[in-house]
Structure formats: structure tokens, C-alpha cells
Design a binder for this molecule. Structure first.
Ligand code: NI
Length: 194
């Protein structure tokens, strides 16, 4: 460890979550084929020329060291929309260092943080502006937008934790949040693989 470390600062818009000084990572419908339940509706939308952006996020990976004493952070913006009855959402991930918690603070919009651990326990918390959600260590986490505006959150976690997207892309989530009669409802994922 050196005695001198460089501080780092970045601006995020409190309403949109966007930053002018960085490029975000963008996820479109075509990047989410393994995640949405109704993949045929997703394919239809793409074929009709509507490969909508589902979410984007900022990562400070390249700007802050990835040591166990550092914190990484950024914003996540999930856009409003649905594939069939399934709300737009993030892919969701475990951390490579599984026993890593994370904190999300909702800046704007409305939605849920859906979490599950490898043993099958699952939890869900509401996102409304000003509400912070602690994701416990060992829980996969996915943000879901149930409103008509972008769901914007700020997150921070241990810098060396890494991301495991593959487990969710392969097995899926045990639970899904869908719209039924105009209201969000939590259902079992019919395509979940043990
Ligand atoms: Ni995370």
C-alpha cells in the first residue's frame, strides 16, 4: 500500500442518474434474451426494429483501485417498459466474492430490489426516492422498474467483489415480478433451472 492515494470525484445527475464525464454501459433487449421469460415477445420486438435500451449503468472500475479496502460505486438507470407482463429489469448478479453486501439508494422512480441466495431464500424491497436498500452478503440482486419513469439508483460495494452474471443467465431467478391487473405480482419462475 502506498502512503498517498488519489482521490476521485464524479458528478451524477440526481434526477436522471446520468454523468457527463463518463460513458455508461448500455443493455438493450438483444442483450437480455436469456433473462426475460417471454423470449418470443422480445424477439418480435427486435425484429420490428424496437431493440429498446432496458438499462444503463456507470462503473468506476477503471478509475478506482480494485482492492478490498476500496469502494466501487455508480448509478443504475432502468427504463420503464415490459416484455409481455414482465417489467424491465437489470440482468441481476451475484458477486464473485459471494459474501459481499451492497447498498442501493433510490434517487428517482419506483421499483423493487429482488434478491435471492444460492440456498433459495429470497427477499424483495421497494425502491422509492430516498429509500436505501441493503443487499445482504451472498444475495444476488436485480433492480426492477414497475413505474412509468426511469428507476435511478446509486450503489456502492467492496471494490474487489467482482460480478457473476453467468449463474443468473444460466439458471434464472427463482422469482419474477410481473404485472397482473395493473399491479406488480411476484410469481415463481416457470423456467428456473435447479
Ligand atoms: Ni452488485
Amino acid at each position: 500500500m502506498t502512503l498517498k492515494e488519489k482521490a476521485y470525484a464524479i458528478n451524477f445527475d440526481l434526477a436522471t442518474g446520468l454523468s457527463e464525464s463518463k460513458t455508461s454501459t448500455k443493455r438493450y433487449l438483444a442483450d437480455m434474451k436469456k433473462l426475460f421469460n417471454h423470449v418470443e415477445l422480445l424477439e418480435d420486438s427486435i425484429q420490428q426494429g424496437n431493440n429498446h435500451m432496458v438499462y444503463e449503468y456507470y462503473s468506476v472500475d477503471a478509475d478506482v483501485p480494485k482492492t478490498d479496502g476500496d469502494l466501487h460505486f455508480g448509478t443504475s438507470i432502468v427504463y420503464p417498459g415490459k416484455v409481455g407482463d414482465e417489467y424491465y429489469m437489470t440482468k441481476g448478479h451475484f458477486h464473485e466474492v459471494l459474501a459481499t453486501g451492497e447498498v442501493y439508494l433510490c434517487l428517482s422512480g419506483e421499483g423493487y430490489m429482488l434478491m435471492e441466495n444460492p440456498e433459495g431464500d429470497w427477499q424483495i424491497e421497494k425502491f422509492i426516492p430516498g429509500q436505501a436498500v441493503h443487499v445482504p452478503p451472498r444475495y444476488a440482486h436485480r433492480s426492477i422498474n414497475i413505474g412509468n419513469e426511469p428507476l435511478v439508483t446509486f450503489f456502492t460495494f467492496r471494490a474487489d467483489a467482482g460480478h457473476d452474471y453467468g449463474t443468473i443467465e444460466t439458471k434464472g431467478y427463482r422469482k419474477l415480478v410481473v404485472e397482473k391487473d395493473g399491479q406488480p405480482e411476484i410469481i415463481d419462475n416457470p423456467n428456473w433451472e435447479q
